[in-house]
Ligand binder design. Sequence first.
Ligand code: PXG
Ligand code: PLP
Length: 453
Amino acid sequence: MHGQMVDRAAKEDAPSGRSNRPSLANFWMPFTANRQFKAAPRIFTAAEGMYYTTSDDRKVLDGAAGLWCVNAGHGRKRIAEAVGRQLLTLDFAPTFQMGHPIAFEFAERLAAIAPGGLDRVFFTSSGSESVETALKIALAYQRAIGQGTRTKLIGRERAYHGVGFGGLSVGGIVNNRRIFPQLPGVDHLRHTHDLERNVHSRGQPDHGAELANDLERMVALHGAETIAAVIVEPVAGSTGVLIPPKGYLQRLRTISEKHGILLIFDEVITGFGRLGAAFATDYFGVTPDLVATAKGLTNGAVPMGAVFASRAVHDALMMGPENAIELFHGYTYSGHPVACAAGIATLEIYLEEGLFSRAASLADDWANAIHSLEDMPHVIDIRTIGLIAGVELAPRDGASGARAYEAFVTAFERGLMVRVTGDIIALSPPLIVQRSQIDEIASILAGVLKSVA
Ligand code: PXG
Ligand code: PLP
């Protein structure tokens, strides 16, 4: 793809034939207002380090690590070379009743940094698949230990757990749920977002640990013996950066353990250094039974996810006759050799460059820079943790989301990519971000907030 291949007029629904500009008609874009986008497209043609290049040859600072996944920055040669080598050595081999060395090697290398020591690794191809996998492992585990009445799953309001039927059922985003049938036997804790008590919090907010007691209410309502697992994002990302109040996750762990309910952390965003430790599990010092990951696992270079399970969960399923498949689950691409090659190269970069702790060393500067926007027009809350920030804007009357969307478009035009969800701007730059680029993000945003109506 070259800069001139797609221009702003490329919206006609005509086959591109041999022209050097592809039609925008055929690609049905995910989570996108397709008609609006295709009328005024934003196209990236290249990326390196902290910057994208657009089709009109502008540099755009990546304030979102792609979609929260490019933690080591763009265009990493080491990953590209590992992928190229692997493709020419062993492009694909099945992992159903067969194996190849690199999948075992990657799992073993991940075990050394596994969240909370959960060192049994099930590979998937995405965050959504990791969530479905974790939920299914939880159900299979309960049955394997003689707790087969435990079939209910507990999620939380304002959670995003991907787009599978399991994930959208335990998730709590109305637009994801409204059209699609839900799994039966799912209930939700209340979310922890409380602007009245926790406005402008740096790091974990002070108020709201008691909301974890909702799990006790679920037990009182449904009966502990019907509940298999509870799943939460340690920090909710896509619903606008909702940071757990002090003590909340600890309490959730205590209550779930007391009632024999597995605790699943969805670390698809928080995994691989986002908060300043390898995983939120380590950052918060709370160890769940299962951890779902994806995104940063391969620096976004090749689609891949992984579920980390405790030995207790794993070993409970390694029962029965040795010739029996213990877990009836898996994907064609579980442990794909090329994804594993990307993953190993990514992990080496993270470790050699100290990227798992880099967010911790930048967290104060990050918080100072972003919280300096507190008095800008429209801002009603700013919250930060690690290298994440949420900037919540007052919605326009009768047009929720419109102001933040305009801010997103304006920022893009001024050379900064952010993510927007509702009226919240979410920031999560690659972990290689320089202090000067943090200041650049804050100053572009300040200008944007002053210029949107
Ligand atoms: N769990 C969590 C916590 C996520 O954030 C998924 C599961 C699903 O992962 P896949 O790889 O199937 O997309 C996610 C994904 C955004 C945004 O704008 C966030 C995600 C994906 C796309 C956009 O915040 N998170
Ligand atoms: N649908 C059909 C018809 C299949 O044969 C398969 C896998 O063999 C799948 C779906 C699942 O695909 P994947 O394993 O890539 O998730």
